[in-house]
Design a protein around this ligand. Structure first.
Ligand SMILES: NC(=O)c1ccc[n+]([C@@H]2O[C@H](COP(=O)([O-])OP(=O)(O)OC[C@H]3O[C@@H](n4cnc5c(N)ncnc54)[C@H](OP(=O)(O)O)[C@@H]3O)[C@@H](O)[C@H]2O)c1
Length: 303
């Protein structure tokens, strides 16, 4: 397939205020694209628009759960740039701290599904007439959580698996129009969202270290994800896995998943951490849980 040039294309990106979204916006802009930067934090979006230069960027505060606001934002995009060629549905939330299905706040569970699944659906649906008319591209930010076990992160993992299915279906449905869709699968990335698991919260960090083998637990920068996302859009790639060390897991998921589920359900250290987590959730005694978890985890690391 010929390279899909980004020069003078207009990209509508959600969750553009920071992390992977902001890094991708910068990388897309450097390739000559016009950027429509959306998110909830207007001042961060404005700062990024100023940095990129307002000639080829537009900051639009939009909540991805608001269907009407998304439709207005798409109309505004077309008014301003005359076209919308690429939609990058990247916004998402996760639980600030890990929680089991038995103890997670039900409202938080449903909010995560609403933002991460329905927000992607509403974003893409609003942009789709333009994408089809312009033979454009849709990229959704899923996660390796689309296919690994989502224990203590179930609504997030469920939402990421759901949007993987959404984008795969969309790719087939768009083929007859000459448009394309792809899925971005980042592993661990150093952003605001992953901060608790990357040292910001002791128990959460220990769970990541215990549950993931070390090459997979290692985090990369959002700039690395952005670079691969741009290359993937230019190839209209169906899948972009970053870092590449996750690719064998994705490819062999039919074999790896039953084995890892079996291993994790019998993993004594992980089960003790889960007990500590549920204990903390039920009693509200986070500090108590951390003191239980710490010796358990340090024993396991050294054993
Ligand atoms: N970090 C990782 O390890 C990792 C791994 C795999 C996949 N991902 C995925 O990568 C994507 C970007 O996440 P990130 O890591 O860059 O974290 P991040 O910096 O927290 O970015 C998430 C973005 O989503 C936006 N957002 C949240 N709720 C929204 C809403 N209702 N409406 C509009 N925007 C909303 C936030 O913008 P506001 O602050 O303006 O609301 C924020 O800019 C997400 O889809 C995430 O699931 C991340």
């Amino acid at each position: 397939m010929a390279k899909y040039s980004l020069s003078n294309k207009t990209v509508f990106i959600t969750g553009a205020a920071g992390g992977i979204g902001a890094a991708s916006a910068r990388a897309l802009h450097a390739r000559g694209a016009n950027l429509v930067l959306t998110g909830r934090n207007a001042s961060s979006l404005d700062d990024l628009a100023r940095e990129l230069g307002e000639k080829r960027s537009l900051s639009l505060p939009v909540d991805v759960t608001d269907r009407a606001a998304l439709q207005n934002a798409v109309a505004h995009t077309v008014d301003r740039f005359g076209t919308l060629d690429i939609v990058f549905a990247n916004a998402a939330i996760g639980p600030d701290l890990p929680a089991t299905i038995a103890t997670i706040d039900p409202e938080l569970f449903e909010r995560i599904i609403e933002v991460n699944l329905l927000g992607v659906w509403r974003t893409v649906r609003a942009a789709l007439p333009q994408i089809i008319a312009n033979r454009g591209h849709v990229l959704v930010t899923s996660s390796t959580y689309a296919y690994i076990n989502g224990a203590v992160n179930a609504p997030y993992a469920a939402s990421k698996a759901a949007i993987e299915q959404f984008a795969r279906a969309l790719r087939i449905e768009l083929a007859m129009h000459g448009a394309t869709a792809g899925v971005l699968y980042p592993g661990w990335v150093r952003t605001q969202m992953s901060r608790p698991a990357l040292g910001g919260h002791e128990l959460t960090t220990r769970m990541r270290e215990v549950a993931f083998p070390s090459p997979l637990a290692t985090a990369i920068s959002p700039q690395v994800v952005a670079r691969r996302a741009v290359q993937g859009i230019e190839r209209r790639a169906p899948r972009i896995t970053v870092p590449r060390r996750w690719q064998p897991v994705g490819i062999l998921r039919g074999i790896v998943n039953p084995l890892s589920d079996r291993l994790l359900s019998r993993h004594a250290k992980l089960q003790l951490l889960l007990l500590a987590l549920e204990d903390a959730a039920r009693t509200g005694a986070t500090r108590h849980a951390q003191t239980i978890a710490k010796p358990v985890a340090s024993k396991t690391v050294s054993s």
